[in-house]
Every structure is written in structure tokens, then in C-alpha cells.
Write a protein that binds this ligand. Structure first.
Ligand code: NI
Length: 137
């Protein structure tokens, strides 16, 4: 089994909040990320795929193909967008990095399967210090 990872980047706006919380409660739970006027992050997305090496190519899969899938399935939906308002697969979800990683996984998984490989990890980094890794259920 071999693992390869492709990094893509996007920037997006979001707000962490619950409608049933007051601004004060939102601030207490979500801190700066609950600013009612939104804010943005420069996100990094690391997609790790696993599978068996193709002896003809020496590849697991072509990284250009993986990059194209990631860009077409998720980056175009996220880049320069408001995650709360404009991203279909985040509809009705709290715009946390955790939910973003799960949502990206769900968008990508069928397309990775179609390449005869398996999605291993979706890592979403919101800042240099904070990142989330999702390995599926
Ligand atoms: Ni934030």
C-alpha cells in the first residue's frame, strides 16, 4: 500500500455561530470566528490517497489527475467564497474546519474511487497552528 498527498489552497470567508445563541454566547463559544461581519482564512487542503502501485507507470495515480479532481469538485466551490452562504455541500452545517473536512471528503470520495484508489485522509489547515484531519467513518 502506498500513500500520496496533493496540497491545494483556497481562501474563503466564514462565521462560526448558532442562530439560537445570542452574540454574547456565540462569542463565548466560538471567539473571534463568530464575528458577525465574517472573516477569512487562507486554507490549505491536503488530500491523501492510498492504493497499490501501477507497475506500468510507477504511480499510484497521476497527481495531475488528483489535482484536477480536487480543484473541480471542491476548490472552485470554496475559493473566494463565503462558506456559510455559498458552498452547497456546507448548507445547513456549522462552518467549522471539522465540518469542512468531512464535507470535502464526501465530495471527493466517489471521484477517487473511480480512479481505483482510496481516499485516506482529508486534512484542512485553517492557519499554521490549527488543522483538522478526517479519515472517514
Ligand atoms: Ni475562522
Amino acid at each position: 500500500m502506498i500513500y500520496i498527498t496533493r496540497r491545494e489552497r483556497f481562501n474563503a470567508a466564514h462565521r462560526l455561530f448558532r442562530e439560537d445563541f445570542t452574540d454574547k454566547q456565540n462569542d463565548a463559544v466560538f471567539g473571534k470566528c463568530s464575528n458577525p461581519n465574517w472573516h477569512g482564512h487562507n486554507y490549505e487542503l491536503f488530500v491523501t490517497v492510498k492504493g497499490e502501485l501501477n507497475p506500468q507507470t510507477g504511480f499510484l495515480l497521476n497527481l495531475k489527475t488528483l489535482s484536477k479532481i480536487i480543484r473541480e469538485q471542491v476548490i472552485v466551490k470554496l475559493d473566494h467564497k463565503n462558506i456559510n452562504l455559498e458552498v452547497d455541500f456546507m448548507n445547513g452545517k456549522l462552518a467549522s474546519t471539522e465540518n469542512l473536512a468531512i464535507g470535502i471528503w464526501e465530495e471527493l470520495e466517489p471521484h477517487i474511487k473511480a480512479l481505483a484508489a482510496n481516499l485516506h485522509c482529508v486534512k484542512v489547515s485553517e492557519s499554521e497552528n490549527n488543522f483538522v484531519e478526517y479519515y472517514g467513518n
